[in-house]
Write a protein that binds this ligand. Sequence first.
Ligand code: EPZ
Length: 437
Amino acid sequence: MDAFVIKGGKRLRGRVRVNGSKNSCLALMTAALLTDEPIVLLDVPNLRDTRNMANLLGTLGCEVEADSGRVQLKVTDRSQSLAHYDIVRTMRASVSVLGPLLAKRGAARVSMPGGCNIGDRPVDLHLRGLRSLGAKINLDQGYIVAEVPDGGRLLGARVFLGGAYGSTVLGTANVMSAATLARGTTVIEAAACEPEVVDLAQMLNAMGARINGAGTPRVVVEGVDELGGTQHRLMPDRIEAGTYIMAAAITNGEVMIENCPTDALTAVLDRLADVGVEVDPVDGDAGDQNGDPMRQTVRVGSHRRLDPVQVVTQPHPGFPTDLQAQIMALLCLADGNSIITEKIFPDRFLHVPELSRMGASMVRNGSSVLVSGVRKLIGAPVMASDLRASAGLVLAGLAADGVTTINRVYHLDRGYERMEVALAQLGADIERVDASV
Ligand code: EPZ
């Protein structure tokens, strides 16, 4: 099992390019099940999760060719509609095959995703949405068994996807994808507004779908008879971008970040501005793509003094839960008391005791954590518990005095492509070691 060994205290300097979005990629890959023509995705990050999704699609009759960031997917066999427990348990996003399989093949048997380190993650809204489109869904031996009655098509309907913690990103992706091939019009109310849903809708429309309103709480899908192939460049990963911005900030560094989806980071940049972190677009930079606010080059700089702030995670366009651990690491070194409240996954705090082992001062009360800034963090052996918690520990390690060893970085490898290489290029003293020997 790999670990990272970080000698903290180096100021990061230089340039880093943000990869294509992991979460966008996972949902977009499943859209290949909606057509027999090839789908080509560009800027695909080479991650455990994207490789897992390729394996899953392979078991569902999809040929996958991957070559340095370009992935082609083409269905050649529609006879299998089983997403096995062995794959689903390694990656919850596997549930995204449910909508496309139902819409195109009329049936699906998908393992029910189990528990997860970041808390309860039910799929009731996914199932409610697909039932509204006419699917018959039962649970059998831990599997979601779904079918379209009489081998027909799903039927457009009004679908409400609001839940206790807001809408659902992958649930919206599932229902929107399924509705593209339904008979009639589907109106999704309380749809997730995340940019990854917009990315998916743009690709589905390029395949021939008729989707309006993606990125707003009401998405309207007029069903079509069939979809074709397309080529699509993934949106940049807003969470990776936010993580590198905070890595620069926590080391008081100065970093240029290319392919930064600034437009998708408004709430993050707002909080960071109050902390004292400057993130400025660089006009006319070579890495800048025609002034596209989703693909900018930005310069990150920070004041030596970090100010405390309040952060509340919320559905987009609010502050993303996937950057909560990272900003917590940063606020551990702020000059005063910050409060972080988690409104998406109220138990997503496994990084709190690990940061405390590094000298952070924190008190958790329910879904909020009071972070009292300390003058310095101190390196320690710590345990990564999930993807974003691991990223928070890496940031803490970059700033800490002495050596931090982060065990179980396989969690990190799910969502960041060779993070240690990117950080080392920026001047961090970080090394991947095999900790199992
Ligand atoms: C996506 O998960 C992301 N994963 C997560 O990123 C991200 O944290 C999350 O959205 C929230 O932004 C992918 O895109 C692959 P949700 P998803 O359904 O879609 C509740 C990362 O670190 N809920 O939007 O599974 C749920 O419990 C990962 O990259 C229901 O109650 O999340 C949560 O409180 C982790 N019923 C809230 O809604 C449901 O049927 C939002 O979850 C579904 C969800």
